[in-house]
Design a binder for this molecule. Structure first.
Ligand code: PEP
Length: 254
């Protein structure tokens, strides 16, 4: 059985103080034993990491660069985020793909670097609205999967988490229906079975992301192939993030 995993992507929000307060409120309010992480802006990783020391809440970065060190102004390496206490890193978020022009090949390089460093990558896949309307969703997901996971072994794949995040649902309030999400999640598992084997496909957790809120989390998390959530807006408030975590925990026990 896959252990649910809920992660909060704080994007480019918060201040140092509000980051620490939010992290502390989440740690204090947590009563579930599923996996939980927060991904603050990189400049606040250190402060959040210190405030979460000894808690059950893991920490992730929102990005890394694929090189280990050197003349790469503004970039952050895998070792640097490990040094700050990170266990996770989000890779290929749609904002990085679509706003910052990150390609599948870029994601693949970063993925290999993250895995070599011992980080748990959360690799995001998701189609644009026009691609969904043109009936291209599954093809887009297959292409993103093939490019992002190129030359990754089954063993490495089992160390990864995938987040299916339809771009049209991110930050828009337009959530995918449970059936729409489940269809893509099941297809990602089919892709992993064909590329690797059914044990690998069964082991990898696939989060759903895109306007997950306390009032839609239970239905989404009840789908057989949805193993948690990557949460943007609703992770910026402890109450809503904790409510999503408890919805994910309950679907595991019902
Ligand atoms: C995200 O940033 O990954 C996300 C899913 O955002 P939101 O929950 O705000 O749609």
């Amino acid at each position: 059985m896959r252990r649910p995993f809920v992660a909060g992507n704080w994007k480019m929000n918060m201040t140092r103080q509000s980051s620490v307060e939010l992290a502390e409120a989440i740690a204090a309010g947590l009563s579930s034993d599923i996996d939980v992480a927060v991904c603050p802006p990189s400049v606040y990783l250190d402060a959040v990491s210190k405030s979460l020391a000894g808690s059950q809440v893991g920490i992730g970065a929102q990005n890394i660069y694929h090189e280990a060190s050197g003349a790469f102004t503004g970039e952050i390496s895998a070792e640097m985020i490990l040094d700050l206490g990170c266990r996770y890193v989000i890779l290929g978020h749609s904002e990085r793909r679509n706003v910052l022009s990150e390609s599948n090949a870029d994601v693949n390089q970063k993925l290999k670097t993250a895995l070599a460093a011992g980080l748990v990558p959360i690799v995001c896949l998701g189609e644009l609205l026009e691609q969904r309307e043109a009936g291209e969703t599954l093809q887009v997901i297959q292409e993103q999967f093939d490019g992002s996971f190129e030359a990754i072994t089954a063993e490495q794949m089992r160390s990864c988490v995938i987040a299916y995040e339809p771009v049209w649902a991110i930050g828009t309030g337009k959530v995918a229906t449970p059936d729409q999400a489940e269809e893509v999640h099941a297809d990602i598992r089919r892709i992993m079975t064909e590329r690797f084997d059914s044990e690998t496909a069964d082991a990898v957790r696939i989060q759903y992301g895109g306007s997950v809120k306390p009032d839609n989390a239970t239905e989404l998390m009840s789908q057989p192939n949805i193993d948690g959530a990557l949460v943007g807006g609703a992770s910026l408030k402890a109450d809503s993030f904790l409510a999503i975590i408890s919805a994910s925990q309950q679907t595991q026990t019902t």
